[in-house]
Design a protein around this ligand. Structure first.
Ligand code: PLP
Length: 452
């Protein structure tokens, strides 16, 4: 299987190279050259465990990794989860289900992809006999999930920049209390955007990048999207057969990676009825799916911070496939969008996508209502998905984070403090971080000293 760029001006690559490359050299994102047709196969997979299903799915894409090796990589990636079902589907009432995606090491859904990606990187280091240094900036969940994907892995080091005193204390602890000596939590003196800008400059220095075999952590890696397809399928197989093909998946959304994965699975022939894109008050995607207008506005920090985005990076993959793989048209749209900050789309599939939005004023009220109605505690991101659930069909709400990660909002909403043993354990450990100026020079110096 080969992978092509959404901008159509980069060579097609095999799975391992596309994963190692991240962003395609023409600025596009990788997608499979053709999507496999699973329509006659998926229904045979109902008895498979989560890792077995993941292997069955991934082996259609990772064709350059021997099957027995891939199986070990996949199995290992889900041993770090603390629920036997990995992604349990919880029924709240006849029409409403929650797919809990927060039983991984950092208690958010990003672990599904980043545990696997960490093991793929480790495999690649071993095959190539080369070390790898992973670098990224985070405002929250991605950084800690990436760190826990590479924690203690030989031949790797990971450097994560975060704005000092601007992530939540628990998020900082998840990055800075691991005790692993290949993990560097870098508290930069500046905002997330400053850190991001400094990193971008560093990555533009081709010589430095090559010398230290740098790789970027971000939300656009091909392996992340593919790994996320699996839990949609796992949930789909657990829905009652009589209503399965009528069920809507409701997805708390920021960068569009999560909902894109579900849609790809539908395109591979798994008959998912529809998706609802649930945003917080940063509602660019809500506006797109309700009016057709895709237009940047200012990001307002919210109670669901992992969905505070301005431009949705994975949207380009959606665009490419919606435009029937017309890469020239994608380039034109992206160019217009870059120049004018907006674009109007007419032709996405309205029968498949709908959208909802949720303001900060509504989030605590929804958490309270869901708790009163079902005795269920939803985190602030998951709460956004409980707005306007469909009346005419069952819903599966994707729960993207554990409520224990956001104790302030939960206490404020329902007066109960959620806890989790993994987070309690972190509070006992010392914070080990490094303070840096948000400049490319300071970061380059630090990386040069600690790279493997
Ligand atoms: C990252 C994240 C999201 C948004 O996911 P996207 O793939 O960017 O749409 C939602 N909720 C939580 C808790 C997250 O960490």
């Amino acid at each position: 299987m080969k992978f092509v760029s959404t901008r159509g001006q980069a060579p097609a690559l095999g799975f391992s190279d596309a994963v190692a490359t991240g962003l395609a050299p023409d600025g596009g994102l990788f997608l499979p050259e053709t999507l496999p047709d699973l329509s006659t196969e998926w229904s045979k997979w109902g008895a498979l465990s989560y890792p077995a299903l993941c292997f069955e799915f991934m082996r259609r894409f990772a064709t350059d990794i021997p099957a027995d090796v891939l199986r070990v990589i996949v199995d290992k990636s889900y041993t770090t989860f603390d629920h036997p079902d990995i992604a349990p589907l919880v029924q709240l009432d006849e029409q409403t289900y929650v797919l809990e995606l927060f039983h991984g090491p950092t208690l958010a859904f990003k672990d599904f992809a980043l545990q696997l990606l960490g093991n793929l990187y480790e495999h690649q280091c071993a095959v190539r006999g080369q070390s790898i240094n992973v670098l990224g900036a985070t405002s929250g969940d991605t950084g800690s999930a990436a760190i826990h994907g590479l924690l203690g892995k030989p031949g790797t080091a990971i450097f994560i920049l975060y704005p000092e005193a601007r992530t939540s204390p628990l998020q900082e602890r998840q990055m800075a209390c691991t005790g692993a000596d290949n993990v560097f939590a870098l508290a930069v003196n500046g905002s997330f955007d400053d850190a991001q800008a400094a990193l971008k400059e560093l990555f533009a220095d081709q010589a430095f990048r090559t010398k230290h075999r740098l790789s970027a952590v971000n939300s656009i890696n091909l392996a992340r999207v593919l790994a996320q397809c699996v839990y949609y399928l796992y949930a789909f197989l657990r829905l009652p057969e009589s209503t399965r093909t009528e069920t809507e998946f409701v997805v708390p959304t920021g960068n569009f990676g999560n909902v894109l994965a579900g849609w790809l699975l539908q395109k591979m022939g798994v008959p998912i009825r529809s998706f609802k894109v649930a945003t917080n008050q940063n509602d660019i995607l809500y506006r797109l799916f309700t009016t057709g207008d895709y237009r940047v506005s200012k990001v307002e920090p919210s109670l669901a911070p992992s969905m505070d985005i301005q431009v949705s990076s994975n949207f380009e993959r959606f665009l490419y496939l919606s435009l029937k793989r017309d890469a020239a048209k994608v380039r034109e749209v992206m160019q217009t969008f870059k120049q004018t900050g907006g674009y109007t789309f007419k032709n996405f599939d309205k029968d498949t996508f709908s959208a909802s939005r949720c303001t900060d004023a509504e989030i605590p009220a929804i958490i309270k209502d869901v708790y009163a109605r079902y005795g269920y505690v939803a985190d602030p991101h998951t709460a956004c998905a409980f707005v306007d659930l469909a009346k005419d069909r069952p819903s599966v709400v994707l729960a993207t984070a554990s409520p224990a990660k956001f104790p302030e909002t939960i206490v404020r909403s329902i007066g109960v403090e959620p806890t989790h043993p993994r987070l309690e354990a972190l509070k006992q450990r010392p914070i080990v971080n490094h303070r840096l100026a948000a400049t490319p020079e300071a970061i380059a110096n630090f990386v040069a000293q600690h790279a493997v």
